[in-house]
Design a binder for this molecule. Structure first.
Ligand code: PMP
Ligand code: GLN
Length: 375
């Protein structure tokens, strides 16, 4: 792997080179809403393709506020929404805006790939709390031990990639308590908010007492509409915080393609049935992959949300670390997967491999055939 290249590009590159079934990088190969795509196409040919306003088109900013009121009970105004080019840009804008050189930033391992480089680029000093399988539990003691008088910010991801945990209110309360006690801002990456299973309801960190004014909530149309390449995201935050983040957003991308914004605004207004059906389809795929894995002798960990489930290698009787297993199976068994150690900056968990189940049945079955050969 060339130094500094994200694991997603590395594994998808290997998958292309070896003609492997790609269960690595998280993107669906089925199930996107054609009407949202049609809306984008019509908006591309039918409207001006000039710079939209820096904070996003009014229709999308209002649609985000309305969507979170309807689905998560948040009271937000459109003024508190900033549209970004993917959640990745929202995270970058927030971290660049809110971190001063030398500030300590609380992060939780396993880490989504962009957090640590962006915290460092902003001059922040990462302080890591380590979560580990099988339950990936937060504890008040571990959070408290990582906080010092220099800590200004925490970055949290819920539902979590790659742990596939939908943290409940009790776990989130530990984070909120720490933020309130130590006067921290929380950047809450909630891109998987609609992808939770088994009847769970997503709890936004912003909804906890004391968090409304100190949380930057990040979302992504890519995940909500199974259109990951669109890179339309947003953040919502109280006006003072949103203002600060807007100042860095204006010099990162300034804006996001207007036709995709129009289509995202339309999609966010879909009725509940759309979101329920999406979750149900992904839950069926999760269950198909999990059952198939068990049949061929792998032991999957629980997946409460996201596109991912992981397997525990030693418990599955495989005597290899995650990186060598993934490097071998993409070449020899024609299946790409992601080693979970790639999400750790120190003291990695090396025995767990992440698989993406957001795939058509035929893709999952082909992946399972490869994984059976890999044993
Ligand atoms: N955060 C997390 C936790 C993610 O899993 C992803 C993508 N899978 C992103 C951010 C990036 O989202 P986007 O493609 O909208 O930039
Ligand atoms: N978030 C996706 C994943 O976890 C990948 C995003 C990317 O490739 N940058 O697989």
């Amino acid at each position: 792997m060339s130094p500094g290249t994200t694991i997603f590009e590395h594994m998808s590159g290997l998958a292309r080179a070896h003609g492997a079934v790609n269960l690595g990088q998280g993107f669906p190969d089925f199930g996107w809403p054609q009407d949202v795509i049609d809306k984008a196409a019509a908006a591309l040919t039918g409207a001006a393709s000039q710079y939209p306003p820096m904070r996003g088109i009014p229709e999308l900013r209002q649609a985000v506020a309305d969507h979170y009121r309807a689905h998560q009970g948040l009271e937000l105004s459109a003024d508190e929404v900033i549209v970004t080019s993917g959640a990745t840009e929202a995270l970058a804008a927030a971290l660049l805006a809110l971190i001063e050189p030398g500030d300590e930033v609380l992060l939780f391992q396993p880490l989504y790939d962009s957090y640590l480089p962006m915290v460092r680029r902003a001059g922040g000093v990462p302080k890591l709390v380590r979560l580990a399988p099988p339950d990936w539990k937060l504890t008040a003691e571990a959070i408290e031990a990582a906080i010092t008088p220099k800590t200004r910010l925490m970055v949290f991801n819920n539902p979590h990639n790659p742990a596939a945990v939908a943290f409940d209110r009790g776990q989130l309360q530990l984070l909120a308590d720490a933020c309130v006690r130590h006067d921290l801002i929380a950047v809450s990456d909630e891109v998987w908010e609609h992808v939770v299973f088994d009847g769970r309801r997503h709890v936004p960190l912003m909804a906890l007492p004391g968090m409304r004014e100190r949380t930057v909530k990040v979302g992504s149309a890519g995940k909500i509409f199974s259109l990951t390449g669109w890179k339309v995201g947003w953040l919502v935050a109280a006006p003072g915080l949103a203002e600060r983040v807007a100042r860095s957003h204006q010099f990162l991308t300034f804006t996001t393609p207007p036709n995709l914004q129009t289509a995202a605004a339309y999609g966010l207004g879909k009725d509940r049935g759309y979101f329920d059906d999406m979750r149900a389809a992904l839950q069926r795929s999760r269950d198909r992959l999990a059952a198939g894995l068990v049949e061929i002798g792998y032991v999957p960990l629980a997946s409460q949300g996201s596109y991912f489930l992981s397997v525990d290698l030693p418990v599955s009787g495989i005597d290899a670390d995650d990186v060598s297993f993934c490097e071998r199976i993409v070449r020899e068994a024609g299946v790409a997967a992601i080693p979970v150690s790639a999400f750790y900056a120190e003291d990695p968990v090396r025995h767990v491999v992440r698989l993406c189940f957001a795939k058509a049945d035929a893709t999952l079955d082909a992946g399972l055939e490869g994984l059976a050969r890999a044993r």
